[in-house]
Design a protein around this ligand. Structure first.
Ligand SMILES: Cc1cc2nc3c(=O)[nH]c(=O)nc-3n(C[C@H](O)[C@H](O)[C@H](O)COP(=O)(O)O)c2cc1C
Length: 178
């Protein structure tokens, strides 16, 4: 698929064909592409937990405020940032800020790769951090950034209206228009 088409097609998919697993080669591709993400100072904090076990999915679903797609997904990729690799260098900024951006970049690569592979995906950020950390046995220095739910699409969601680009772009300083 052309890159522009991938970007334009990307849309969160929350309903999946329940009995169709995602082949391992696609899972590998999702992770390998996410692994290409940039990270602050090349600290490479991003780590990935692949979850297929229904009982773990169910616990994560509860931690994600009962969101259906977490229970229904064929698999989940939980994007984490291992702040132990950045905190010495960047301190609080590394822990509180860069870690989230690094995780977000990796997440976007998973979302775009999913489109290219014909897989539906949804980034879930609404969850209780402590619960997710406990379920996944994350050490204190590993922060969960997002739960990406994945499966073969069983819906074609309508595109949302977007605020026009011209309303969002300024020149040289905030609020300045051409
Ligand atoms: C930081 C962040 C957190 C999000 N959390 C959730 C979530 O918990 N559940 C969900 O269904 N979608 C979640 N989304 C997806 C957004 O709702 C979605 O991107 C937005 O409505 C635009 O739709 P589109 O991505 O399909 O264009 C999240 C997106 C972002 C960027």
């Amino acid at each position: 698929m052309e890159f522009d088409e991938v970007v334009r097609k990307r849309k969160m998919i929350r309903q999946y064909g329940l009995h169709r697993p995602i082949p391992d080669y696609i899972v590998t591709k999702l992770i390998e592409n996410a692994h290409r993400a940039p990270s602050a100072g090349h600290s490479q904090v991003q780590e990935f937990i692949i979850v297929k076990d229904p009982s773990i999915k169910s616990k994560l679903g509860e931690a994600a405020l009962g969101q259906r797609q977490v229970y229904d997904a064929s698999l989940l990729i939980i994007i984490c940032s291992n702040t132990s690799r950045s905190v010495n260098r960047y301190g609080k900024r590394g822990k509180d800020f860069y870690s989230i951006i690094d995780g977000a970049f990796a997440s976007m690569l998973v979302l775009l790769t999913s489109v290219n592979e014909g897989i539906g995906a949804c980034f879930v950020g609404a969850f209780e951090d402590e619960k997710v950390s406990k379920i996944l046995e994350l050490p204190e220095y590993v922060k969960p950034i997002g739960i990406i739910t994945l499966g073969y699409p069983a819906e074609r969601p309508e595109k949302f209206e977007r605020i026009g680009v011209s309303k969002l772009v300024y020149y040289e300083k905030y609020g300045y228009k051409l």
